[in-house]
Design a binder for this molecule. Structure first.
Ligand code: CA
Length: 228
């Protein structure tokens, strides 16, 4: 499948130029002309990298970046018209992976895109397997092991763990977990996530003296390996 790049840029000429250059390089390209639409596309579509203009109508690039970061670790390269250090710092603080001024040569941008995508791809070893320390999850077989020992999980526990492990290090809200694991049609209480997190902790944290699942007060949960 083609790598998809989302270009969020209100200047039509630049957006079009980027679209053509990126397509020429073999990428699939999506374009959004304002911040709000860009943000919506960034979280609802399957995007591998975002090129994000700083000055945007609707939502600023910084705000788009912050909001996307709450939901996803998709690589973001920020663009700005001026070579301003404070803009750069703000961009990186808001979670961007890289930063370029608009006087860039297209070859340079393409090179940065390759670097960022490669850096990101390094953590994905086997598509079927998710790993964190001694904990392994085999997606296709619905199987989880710790140090080679089988852990028995219900289907929902497995799906919840898979979602957490696919988003290691990212803070996930209860609502987001509910949407992704139980689906948009679920009208119950968000407490169901707390209940299932507790089940999971009893199966993957407690028996091994580990803490993979961390509570983020007032927000939700994040999955990370203690030793990382
Ligand atoms: Ca702009």
């Amino acid at each position: 499948m083609k790598t998809t790049i989302l270009v969020i840029e209100d200047e039509v000429k630049i957006a079009r130029f980027l679209e053509l250059e990126l397509m020429h390089e073999g990428y699939a390209v999506q374009v959004a002309y304002d911040g709000r639409l860009g943000y919506e596309k960034a979280i609802s579509e399957d995007v591998d990298l975002i090129i994000l203009d700083l000055m945007l109508p609707g939502l600023s690039g910084i705000e788009v970046c912050r909001r996307v970061r709450r939901e996803s670790d998709v690589p973001i390269i920020m663009l700005t018209a001026k070579d301003d250090v404070s803009d750069k710092v703000m961009g990186l603080d808001s979670g961007a992976d890289d930063y370029m001024t608009k006087s860039f040569a297209i070859e340079e941008l393409l090179a940065r895109i390759r670097v960022v995508l490669k850096r990101k791809g390094k953590n994905e070893t086997n598509n079927n397997r998710l790993e964190s320390g001694k904990l392994s999850l085999f997606k296709d077989e619905y199987r989880v092991t710790y140090d080679g020992r089988e852990i028995l999980l219900s289907k929902k526990e497995f799906e919840l763990l898979r979602y957490l492990m696919e988003n290691q290090g990212i803070v996930l809200s209860r609502e987001k977990i509910l949407d992704q694991v139980w689906g948009y049609d679920f009208y119950g209480d968000t407490n169901v996530t707390d209940v299932y997190i507790k089940y999971l902790r009893n199966k993957i944290d407690q028996p091994f003296g580990m803490q993979f699942i961390h509570t983020v007060r007032g927000v939700g949960y994040t999955f990370k390996h203690n030793e990382e």
